[in-house]
Ligand binder design. Sequence first.
Ligand code: HEC
Length: 293
Amino acid sequence: MGIGARALLLVLAVGIALGVVSSSPGHEPRGLSFARHSELVATRDVDELRQAHEVRTIRVFEPYEEREVSFEAVAFDAVLDAIYSSDWRTQEELLFTCSDGYQPTVPVRRVLEHKAWLAFDRADEDGFSILKLESGSLRRVTLSPFYLIWENFDDPQVRQEGDYGWSYQLVGVDLIRTQDRFPKMVPPEGASRDALAGFAAFRMYCSRCHAINGEGGAIGPELNYSPSPVEYRESAWLRRWIDDPSQILATSRMPRLNPGLADRDQTISNLLAYLEAMSKTKRKLRAETKDGS
Ligand code: HEC
C-alpha cells in the first residue's frame, strides 16, 4: 500500500471515528422535560429553545471553576412562561432532575427575585463542560444538555450562595409542592423555628444528596433511617462535619457548607435542630400501596 493510500485510509478512519463521536444520539440526552406535579407538560431540545427565544452570551462568576466564564443561554423565566404560561410564578418549588442522579430544588421565589439562564454551550471555549473539584481532584464535567446559571456579578446574595441552584446535566424541571412531593421530609407539627429554618437549609444544601425517611437524593446516606446521625454522633462532631467533612475524612465526597454564608454557624445549628426533630419523626419508608407491597 502506498503512502497516499495509507494517508487516505487514516483520514477516513479518523473521519468515521469523529462522525461516530459527534453523532451519538440516544447516548447524550438532548432534551429537557417540563412537568407540573409530576405530570409531563412538554419537552424541548436545544434547537427548539434556540429558535423560540433570544440567545444571549452570559458572563458569570462560575462557582465550580471559581472564575469568569461565558455561556450561550436563553432566559429561564421566558422559557418557563412559554411552557407553563404565568402559572409557574405562583407555585412553590422547582425540582430539577439531572442525568447524573442529583435532584436539587430551588424555590420559585428565587427565580422571580434573581436572574437565571438556561445555558446550552460555552461561549468562551470549545466543548460544553467545566473543571470541577471532586474528592480532592479536578475533573472535567460535561454540562450537557443544559446548565442552569445565575447572574451573579451584581447580585451579592446569589454570589454568596455559591453553587446553590447551579444544576448541570439538567434533563427535567417539575413544579412541585414540598408537602406533596416530600411529605416525609417535612418537620413535624409544632417544630421549633430553628428546626423549620433548618429544613429550609436542608432543602437548599443537603437534600440533593441525602434522603430523610426515604425521600431525597441518594448520593450520600439516608439521614434519618435508622439511626439518625444525631443518635450516634456528638453534636460537636456533626458541626465539624457539616462545616468541612474533609477535616474528618480527607476523601469525603461531601462538600463543605458554603464558606461564604453570612449566618453560617446559625445555619449549622438550624440544620442540627432539624435533624434532631426528624430523629423523633421516623415515618414509614415506603408509602403503603393498595396491594400491600
Ligand atoms: C454532594 C453530595 C452531598 C451533599 C450536598 C451533602 N452531603 Fe452529607 N454526605 C455525602 C456523602 C457521600 C456522605 C458519606 C461519607 C462521605 O463520602 O463523605 C455524607 C455523609 C453525611 C453525614 C454522615 C456522617 C457520619 O459519618 O455519620 C451527615 C450527618 C451528613 N452527610 C450531613 C449533611 C448535611 C447536613 C448536608 C447539608 C448541609 C450534607 N450532608 C450535604 C454527600 C453529600
